[in-house]
Design a protein around this ligand. Structure first.
Ligand SMILES: NC(=O)c1ccc[n+]([C@@H]2O[C@H](COP(=O)([O-])OP(=O)(O)OC[C@H]3O[C@@H](n4cnc5c(N)ncnc54)[C@H](O)[C@@H]3O)[C@@H](O)[C@H]2O)c1
Length: 347
């Protein structure tokens, strides 16, 4: 049984909580045993609504049988944990992950890996020194639809890739407007739409096609420096790849992600949470069963930890490369869309 503690209980932690419920119900040999958040009101409201008994200094407090703490060290001191799942704001990923790795836990930490590439390298170093697994929640890699795309591209069943376009929109920046500013509205803390939202598709392009040889990007700010971005990624074989993200949209516009990969013999389109493959002969493949990416990433990481297997799908070195690439896109956008060579990867 792998025993897990969660650090941070804000928005995305709710999706992680649901994922643990799903996996535990499916009979997976894992258990979310504890939570911590430096702002206990985050789970106080849940415990009042659902299961009373939470006591703010932790120890005997719980939500649905999960013990609650107001500091990660209190949680670690009081619980027997194997892994921690870090869902804190981006600018705290590195400090929390390194601290927990040094305390001897395997770590799953939300995307983006860290606010800077330099911090990503420190996280990798801490994982190596302490001989622990570190995986970053680049959850898009784990959606069955994108794993299907990856396999189809790798085995060449539809011929070579000609072009690809990815787009992600979200009324996210509005939550930082109107006097209700959160850390997302501070570019230094969140990296804006460029690092927070665009990174999903930039990681996806690297997952599907590897590193580009050169990039350029344009971006404009709304709350932060870059909230609307459009990037072009150049590859040695000439395929035409671009990605866009927009974080500036008005309230009421919900999150949407679309992807199109055109190959010689088929066009793969991801839209509305579904992948459809249109083949040159007119036939269609649309029977790829969906599954939530966060559930799938936790399933994968806890599996490889239990089996002692290497992380082939999403190693931290690759997540760090994605942050390095996003930093280069930001530099290009600062320079009005300049074309920049993307030097060979470091790992
Ligand atoms: N995988 C995805 O698709 C996805 C989606 C949304 C957010 N995210 C990422 O998840 C991270 C968190 O985003 P969010 O929307 O949940 O933010 P949030 O502000 O809603 O939640 C963060 C929580 O962490 C707590 N916290 C801060 N420092 C802490 C510490 N040292 N110890 C314990 N708790 C601490 C805060 O009190 C807060 O409750 C961000 O990096 C974001 O980019 C990922």
């Amino acid at each position: 049984m792998l025993r897990i503690g969660m650090v941070g209980f804000g928005n995305i932690a709710q999706a992680h909580l649901a994922a643990y419920h799903t996996l535990e119900k499916e009979g997976k040999d894992i258990k979310l045993v504890a939570l911590c958040d430096i702002d206990p009101s985050k789970y106080l409201s849940r415990s009042q609504a659902g299961s009373p008994g939470y006591i703010p200094d932790g120890e005997s407090g719980s939500i649905e049988g999960i013990h609650c703490y107001d500091h990660m060290d209190k949680m670690a001191d009081n619980e027997e944990l194997d892994m921690v799942d870090i869902c804190v704001p981006t600018y705290r990923h590195a400090e929390c992950a390194i601290h927990m790795l040094e305390r001897g836990y395997h770590v799953l930490s939300e995307k983006p890996m860290a606010r800077t590439y330099g911090d990503c390298l420190k996280m990798i170093d801490a994982a190596k020194k302490n001989n622990r697994y570190l995986m970053i929640g680049q959850c898009v890699r784990f959606y069955p639809e994108f794993r299907y795309m990856k396999q189809a591209i790798d085995d060449g069943r539809f011929g070579k890739v000609l072009s690809a376009r990815f787009e992600r929109i979200f009324g996210g920046a509005t939550k930082a407007k109107g006097g209700n500013k959160t850390w997302f509205a501070d570019y230094n803390l969140s990296g804006g739409g460029m690092l927070d939202l665009h990174i999903h598709d930039i990681d996806l392009t690297r997952y599907l096609f590897g590193n580009p040889t050169a990039v350029c990007s344009t971006g404009i700010g709304f709350n932060t420096k870059f909230d609307c971005v459009d990037s072009k990624l150049m590859y040695a074989d000439g395929k035409v790849v671009s990605a866009a993200a927009d974080w500036s949209l008005c309230k009421g516009i919900s999150f949407t992600a679309t992807a199109r990969v055109a190959c010689e013999e088929a066009t793969m389109i991801y839209s509305g949470g579904k992948l459809t493959v249109y083949q040159r002969d007119g036939s269609i493949i649309d029977d790829i069963a969906p599954r939530d990416g966060i559930t799938s990433e936790i399933d994968y990481l806890t599996d490889i930890i239990a089996k002692g297997e290497p992380n082939r799908l999403n190693p931290p070195e690759s997540a760090a490369e994605t942050v390095r690439l996003v930093e280069m896109l930001a530099r290009s956008a600062e320079d009005g869309g300049a074309r920049l060579d993307f030097p060979e990867k470091m790992f």
